[in-house]
Ligand binder design. Structure first.
Ligand SMILES: O=c1[nH]cnc2c(CCNCC3CCCCC3)c3[nH]c(NCc4cccs4)nc3cc12
Length: 373
């Protein structure tokens, strides 16, 4: 019998906390960085290597999978865990955010969003109900409410309209959620960069009582200090015994400043996307391996890393692969980036347990500065 979905906080250090989320497919150590698996794959990586980096959660992409191969087909093939050979926790997004950024001819109404596929122009509708049905068909452990995220900067009227629509869609998403034990539906706080709308959104969602709360509508072009200020006003409104997921974030620096403010979960395309473009994230900061200065460098990205990609290959070799446009460059640098993100999270979890997160963050930031000297 699968246990119910649960979240336990093991230790706190200021507003930072470390804990465990238990889902139908295993435990998630928090703070957690979740690897983005777009079309049922973490691009350029094998799932066993993703697991090796310490990743506990892979994101499934509702928008892509509903268009191709189709949610019903994935269900017939045993669900996303089986289809993609990832037996651990899967979080799926609602599809709403990507419809707004990828689809053509989108139309938003109270009912939902109609759009045309960016793949073949076919017409589709996404509503809170259909989104929850798709996420259930995929077999997702953590399902996201259907919401509307607006870009920043934006006017108060537009931010207010989208925030209230997202509240009504939160009710409908929760009502349509069919999850069993070990599965959960998370709400998404909206409100843009307007403090009083953030508070109103958070309080209304907490009243609906969700097993977890995401903070959306950020990392959409606002300065880092605006994001930090929105966390300062939003996090205190959320229950401390529920996971908090900051969507689409971020750089290593974003992660540390958000953990410091009480965030537990993150997802970001950065480490995987940057990896495919020859950009490595390391303890010493960002390294553009395309740069000629690496052509004769016999040292690996990080000799102390437990990731073969960061430890067993010279920067000269990686530079050669990037310059030659070799596929292996994408795999190795994506792998090293994900491993660095996971080691940053693992270090944060230990530092919080030991009550020294502030020092840990300062040491990490000092390390990034070294490479730039
Ligand atoms: O309010 C939001 N509601 C829903 N999703 C949001 C997302 C997508 C999070 N990653 C989903 C993944 C699902 C699986 C496939 C990959 C995405 C955001 N991403 C960002 N910033 C990063 C950004 C990325 C692109 C433009 S901004 N802000 C976000 C805000 C919201």
């Amino acid at each position: 019998m699968t246990e119910p979905f649960s979240f336990t906080v093991h230790a706190t250090d200021g507003a930072a906390r470390t804990g465990t989320i238990r889902t139908a497919h295993g435990d998630v150590a928090t703070p957690a960085f979740m690897a983005v698996g777009t079309a049922a794959t973490v691009k350029a990586m094998q799932m066993r290597d993703v697991r090796e980096t310490g990743t506990d959660v892979v994101l499934g992409n509702t928008y892509h999978l509903m268009l191709r191969p189709g949610a019903e087909r994935v269900a017939e093939l045993g669900g996303l865990h089986k289809f993609s050979n990832w037996p651990h926790t899967i979080l799926t997004d609602s599809g709403g955010f990507q419809v707004m950024s990828l689809a053509k001819l989108r139309k938003v109404t109270e009912h939902g969003v109609t759009f045309q596929s960016h793949i073949d122009g076919s017409k589709h509708v996404l509503t809170p109900e259909r989104s929850m049905e798709i996420q259930a068909l995929l077999g997702s452990d953590i399902q996201m409410q259907f919401d509307e995220c607006v870009d920043l900067p934006n006017g108060r009227d537009e931010i207010d309209r989208a925030m209230r629509l997202s509240l009504r869609w939160a009710e409908r998403s929760k009502a349509a959620f069919q999850g069993g034990p070990g599965q959960a539906v998370f709400a998404i706080v909206q409100g843009g960069d307007i403090a009083d709308l953030r508070v109103e959104s958070a309080r209304a969602l907490v009243k609906m009582d969700f097993p977890g709360y995401a903070i959306g509508g950020l990392a959409v072009g606002e300065p880092q200090e605006v994001m930090a200020r929105m966390l300062d006003v939003t996090v205190p409104e959320l229950p401390s015994n529920r996971p908090r997921y900051l969507m689409g974030v971020g750089t290593p620096d974003d992660l540390l400043l958000s953990i410091e403010r009480g965030i537990d979960m993150f997802d970001c395309v950065m480490p995987t996307r940057a990896g495919r473009h020859g950009l490595a994230y390391t303890r010493f900061g960002r390294i553009n391996l395309k740069n000629a200065r690496h052509a004769n460098d016999p040292t690996p990205l990080d000799p102390e890393s437990n990731c073969p990609a960061a430890r067993d290959y010279s920067r000269a070799y990686l530079h050669h692969l990037v310059r030659s446009g070799e596929l292996l460059a994408m795999t190795l640098i994506t792998w090293a980036n994900l491993a660095y993100y996971q080691s940053l999270m693992a270090g944060a979890r230990t530092a919080i347990r030991e009550g020294r997160f502030a020092d840990y963050a300062a040491e990490a930031r000092a390390g990034w500065a070294r490479e730039r000297e």
